[in-house]
Unconditional design. Structure first.
Length: 366
């Protein structure tokens, strides 16, 4: 009998969580409080109370090749930097392709689950409420602590986000916007690893492929196919991560869940066993190896080997330049530009150098 997994939220992280469960033979049930998927990315003229939303003109600031799910490239003719309507179109295509919607229960309210969600796959983001009007912020001016008054027309609260888990207080403590989660995912004090936070990060890069890789690892842990380290090891890793962040950032509630796209993806890939093996690739598939080494770090490379390997990953990597150029070239772009993003001359020089180094190594070997 398949193990059942509750997925809280039907946003981008929730969708890839459903798919990862299905890929591992688990039985997901996604609870989405609104009437549709997409979470933050679903724009509405009149947003629902308590649900964060984007504004009408939002265009994503990460390219389609860097933000896509690793086994479902965004169509060639989609813009490289997409309007939110195109992002929602992509999410719907993804949900249809892998038949995800039949696992979603829409309209589930907070009281049914003991907590709320903003569609981020298991974490709750709370937006600070504006203060009630009083003698400090009159209608046409602001009064500061020193008693001075300034005439103003509007007030913008740029206070950022605070997070909490009121429905999980017994197992996850949040202090000063910090929680002890191994790799920003797993609580360390649970008897069994049956809870994971997906997308609970602030990356310098796209969050979608990171959430997907988190889901792939978490489902393997849920099934018992991979084990987490001992508690002492996880606590040491958490402490080391906090120490590194303290050296890099000012003490701020903003930077408690900050990660870098490539290093963090590689960390997760090592845990899952899907990080590309470059030496082996150079021996077996030099053109692909060069593209992985010198081209952009697109999510497809984490589907080349190991659990969840996808046969289309090689082709997706070698044609990523074509998908970037297509929306820029219009009909002319369909004539088929060079698929690789690594210049041909550079490939030739690198290959010659690699062969020469190999020959020298062989000649010097005893």
């Amino acid at each position: 009998m398949a193990r059942r997994v509750a997925v809280i939220g039907g946003g981008s992280s929730g969708l890839c969580a459903i798919k990862a469960c299905l890929d591992e033979g688990l039985e997901p049930v996604c609870f989405e409080r609104s009437r549709d998927i997409g979470g933050l990315w679903r724009f509405e003229e009149q947003p629902e109370e308590g649900r964060a939303s984007i504004y009408r003109s939002v265009i994503i600031n990460t390219s389609k090749e860097m933000m896509c799910f690793s086994d479902f490239p965004i169509p060639d003719d989609f813009p490289n930097y997409m309007h939110h309507s195109k992002i929602m179109e992509y999410f719907r295509m993804y949900a249809r392709r892998f038949d995800l919607l039949r696992h979603v229960r829409f309209g589930v309210r907070d009281g049914d689950l003991g907590g709320g969600t903003q569609g981020s796959g298991g974490c709750k983001t709370l937006i600070p409420a504006p203060p009630c009007p009083d003698q400090r912020v009159p209608r046409t001016s602001a009064i500061f602590e020193d008693g001075t008054r300034e005439d103003i027309d509007a007030v913008v609260f740029a206070t950022g986000y605070s997070f909490s888990f009121p429905f999980l207080e017994e197992c996850v403590k949040v202090v000063e916007n910090q929680a002890s989660l191994y790799k920003f995912m797993f609580p360390v004090d649970l008897e069994k690893p049956t809870l994971a936070f997906i997308g609970f990060i602030q990356p310098l890069g796209a969050i979608m492929p990171i959430s997907e890789l988190q889901c792939r690892w978490a489902t393997r842990v849920f099934k018992g196919l991979q084990e987490l380290p001992p508690t002492s090891t996880m606590l040491a890793d958490i402490a080391q991560t906090k120490e590194k962040m303290a050296k890099r950032y000012v003490a701020s509630r903003r930077h408690t869940i900050q990660v870098d796209y490539i290093p963090y993806m590689d960390e997760l890939a090592c845990q899952l066993g899907v990080k590309p093996n470059l030496p082996l690739l150079f021996l077996t598939d030099p053109p692909l190896a060069l593209e992985v080494l010198l081209g952009p770090c697109t999510p497809y490379q984490y589907r080349l080997r190991g659990p969840g390997a996808w046969r289309g990953a090689r082709a997706a990597i070698l044609t990523q330049r074509q998908r970037v150029l297509q929306p820029l070239c219009g009909a002319a772009g369909r004539s088929g530009p060079r698929s690789s993003s690594v210049p041909h001359l550079l490939k030739v020089c690198f290959s010659i150098g690699l062969i020469a180094a190999t020959l020298v190594y062989i000649s010097l070997s005893p």
